[in-house]
Design a protein around this ligand. Structure first.
Ligand code: NIG
Ligand code: FE
Length: 410
């Protein structure tokens, strides 16, 4: 079995812990200075200080002088299976239309759905695989992927089959989320209950039976799914063992946070519209508030009140929301930059949010999110940099030099 030793690490980040980080603890990021890290096969075997080096046989040595080693990012919210791009809508927004206006006239999610329905499974698979590669090279080692551009029985199943193939083909840890409730298809606009019936009575039972998804999602927001509709869909998912991870409170105080917590959601995501009531609800729960600052940036909407949430004692996770409409990038380093500049988070808080807390938000904290013995060796080595603050500082550049997934360099 391969035994790789990384030596002379300037700072080994997020070493030896594995729990959700919340409130004032979020500013504490454990870093071992002048460290080594031993990887055996696919796993982390041990970490330590250069004063006490392991003497056991090693097969490879990587010198990390002046470099930091971080656990690979866990991107707990993406939509990377899609057909085509939507730069036309981007240009429309540059000229003054809003995201909601574009959605109302049949663009947005429905635009992506139309294109996806006529795109083959193979093409969708190849497109998503190349996005996974691109994300890996910027330091991501685990990805949650949603359906939701199918919006019909056949096309939703097609998307989930593509995600299943990605799980088999990629070394990254991938989780699949069913998001049939992403938007109402045009033909159901006048009969919304019939679409919810299709999700609840036909799709959720089949998807659960065939193991096509790990989680269940609803876009609970103004102009999309109501609290009552969300309630029905989450209840059906829970009945079939699909825990919720939902889109909530992006466009309005939608009640999404409350209905998500009521159904024991693993995470509620977006949260641009969060007030005292939502914070209170989250404080009493095991639901991870997940922030997607790339979306607020790209849609030019206001950012979630991250500072207020953390200061109230909450944990937060960060994810990219990579999708063709509201956030066409999966670069988590840039997400850290946005979190520092516009969510008022320190680099340490942002790194905690994008590693352990986001690992929790996608149900993989036992195996990923930190550098600790027996966890998967999914990590990255930076270029030569002076401090971890340099990662969000150097925006738009790639500070990631080498990426290791399951003990193998990519
Ligand atoms: O997370 N908010 C809902 N869904 C996606 C956007 C999807 C799209 O515009 O294609 C999101 O931002
Ligand atoms: Fe999303």
């Amino acid at each position: 079995m391969n035994r790789t030793l990384i030596t002379n690490i300037k700072g080994l980040v997020q070493a030896n812990r594995s729990h959700v980080i919340m409130g004032s603890d979020m500013k504490e990021l454990p870093i071992i200075d002048d460290a080594w890290l031993l990887i055996q096969g696919e796993e982390i075997a041990a970490v330590g200080h250069m004063n006490h080096m392991p003497h056991s046989d090693v097969t490879d040595v990587i010198d990390a002088t002046n470099r930091f080693v971080l656990p690979a990012y866990c991107d707990s919210h993406t939509h990377i299976v899609f057909a085509g791009s939507r730069e036309g809508e981007f240009v429309d927004r540059v000229h003054g239309l809003t995201y909601e206006e574009i959605a109302k006239r049949g663009g947005g999610i429905l635009n992506s759905a139309k294109r996806l329905q006529t795109t083959s499974e193979d093409e969708l698979f190849e497109g998503a695989l190349s996005r996974i590669h691109e994300m890996t090279m910027t330091g991501t080692g685990a990805i949650e992927i949603k359906s939701g551009y199918g919006l019909s029985y056949d096309a939703e199943i097609k998307m989930l089959r593509v995600i299943r193939r990605l799980k088999e083909a990629s070394d990254l840890t991938i989780k699949a989320t069913f998001l049939g409730a992403h938007a109402f298809p045009a033909e159901f606009k006048e009969n919304r209950a019939a679409y919810v019936d299709l999700l609840v009575d036909r799709l959720i039972p089949l998807i659960a039976d065939e193991g096509l998804a790990d989680y269940n999602d609803v876009f609970c927001d103004r102009g999309f799914f109501t609290v009552n509709e969300t309630d029905r869909i989450l209840e059906a998912g829970n009945k079939h063992g699909l825990k919720p991870k939902i889109h909530a409170n992006e466009l309005d105080y939608s009640g999404g946070v409350q209905v998500g917590v009521k159904h024991h959601a693993l995470s509620v995501d977006h949260l641009e519209c969060v007030g005292d009531d939502e914070i209170k609800t989250l404080l009493g729960s095991k639901t991870m508030p997940t922030l997607l600052p790339g979306t607020a940036f790209f849609l030019k909407i206001h950012y979630p009140p991250a500072r207020k949430m953390i200061d109230a004692g909450l944990p937060v996770a960060l994810a990219s929301d990579y999708n063709p409409g509201s956030s066409p990038s999966g670069n988590m380093n840039f997400v850290l930059t946005l979190a520092c500049l516009y969510l008022g988070m320190s680099p340490e808080e942002a790194i905690n949010a994008a590693t352990l807390n986001s690992a929790y938000a996608m149900g993989v904290m036992d195996e990923l999110g930190s550098i600790a013995p027996h966890k998967k060796a999914n990590l990255f080595i930076t270029k030569e940099i002076p401090s971890v603050g340099y990662i969000p500082y150097a925006y738009g550049r790639n500070v990631v030099d080498k990426v290791m997934i399951n003990g193998k360099l990519k």
